[in-house]
Design a binder for this molecule. Structure first.
Ligand code: GLP
Length: 260
C-alpha cells in the first residue's frame, strides 16, 4: 500500500485523476467509478485531460460501485444519474458502456448476479476509485460486511443514512434504507485500488482502514489484503495516522522508475 499525503484536497483529486488517466492511456478496458463527493476532483481532472490533452474513453467501459434501491434512474441522487452528470457525459464514453447495479430490478438478487457477470465479461477492472464512509464503508459495504462478499443487497446503517441526508434536502425520510453494492470481494478483484479521503471527518476511518486490524467492522481495511493500493489523503484526513513521517519519506524517496 502506498499512502500519499497531499498538500490539499484539490491536489488529492488531481493526482487520483492522473492515476486513472494513466490506466486509460495504457489501454484499460474497464475502470471502476465511485459516487460521493470524494472522487469529484478526479473526474474533473479526467474531463480536463479529455478536453485539453485528447484523453479518450472510447474503448473503455465503466462500472459503478453501488446504487440505491428504489430510486428512479432519473432521480438526481440515483448513482446512475450522478455518474453521468458528474463525469461520463462530459467525455467520449458511450452511454451503453456506462454500467451500474440496477436498483430498480424486480429481482434484485438476479440483478446482482448479472452485474457480477458483466464485470467478469469486461474486466478485469484496471483501476477502481474509492471513497470511504465515516464508518469505514467502501461502496455501500457497511460494517459487518463479509470480507469476501459479492454484489448484493445491503441495509444502510443509521449513520450512513444521516450522512447522506444532505443530498436529500436534509430529509432523512427520503434516504433509501436499502442499496445494491459491489461486495468487498468484487472490489478486491480490481487490479489497482485508489482510495481518496479528505477532511477531518474521515481521519478516524482512514486510520482504522490503513493501520487498524483487518476486520469486517472496518470494511475499508480490506485494502490491506490487496497487492496494489494507493491511498490519497489531505493533511486533515491523515491526522489520525501513526506512521506519517514514514509515508512522507517513502513518497519523497520514490524510485524514479516506479509509477503509482
Ligand atoms: C457514499 C458512497 C460511497 C462513498 C461514501 C463517502 O455513501 N456509497 O461510495 O465513498 O459514501 O462519500 P463522500 O465522498 O461524499 O464523503
Amino acid at each position: 500500500m502506498e499512502l500519499v499525503i497531499t498538500e490539499s484536497a484539490a491536489d488529492a483529486g488531481v493526482l487520483a485523476g492522473r492515476i486513472m488517466a494513466d490506466h486509460v492511456r495504457r489501454g484499460a478496458r474497464a475502470i471502476g467509478l465511485a459516487t460521493g463527493s470524494s472522487p469529484l476532483g478526479a473526474y474533473r481532472e479526467l474531463i480536463r485531460q479529455h478536453r485539453d490533452e485528447g484523453l479518450s474513453f472510447a474503448a473503455v467501459r465503466t462500472f459503478n460501485l453501488d446504487e440505491y434501491i428504489g430510486l428512479p434512474p432519473a432521480h438526481p441522487q440515483s448513482y446512475s444519474r450522478f455518474i453521468r452528470d458528474e463525469f461520463t457525459s462530459h467525455v467520449d464514453l458511450l452511454d451503453a458502456n456506462v454500467h451500474g447495479p440496477d436498483g430498480n430490478a424486480a429481482d434484485i438478487p438476479a440483478a446482482a448476479a448479472e452485474y457480477e457477470r458483466a464485470i467478469a465479461d469486461s474486466g478485469p477492472i484496471a483501476v477502481q476509485i474509492l471513497g470511504i464512509g465515516a464508518n469505514g464503508h467502501l461502496g455501500f459495504n457497511e460494517p459487518g460486511s463479509s470480507l469476501r462478499s459479492r454484489t448484493r443487497v445491503k441495509t444502510l446503517t443509521p449513520t450512513t443514512r444521516e450522512d447522506n441526508a444532505r443530498f436529500f434536502d436534509d430529509d432523512l425520510s427520503q434516504v433509501p434504507t436499502h442499496v445494491i453494492t459491489q461486495g468487498l470481494g468484487t472490489i478486491g478483484d480490481a487490479e489497482h485500488l485508489v482510495m481518496i479521503a479528505t477532511g477531518s471527518g474521515k481521519a478516524d476511518a482512514v486510520a482504522a482502514a490503513v493501520e487498524g486490524p483487518v476486520s469486517a467492522f472496518c470494511p475499508a481495511s480490506i485494502l490491506q489484503m490487496h497487492p496494489h493500493v494507493t491511498v490519497l489523503v489531505d493533511p486533515d484526513a491523515a491526522a489520525g495516522l501513526q506512521a506519517v513521517d514514514y509515508y512522507r519519506f517513502a513518497v519523497a524517496n520514490k524510485p524514479s522508475w516506479q509509477s503509482f
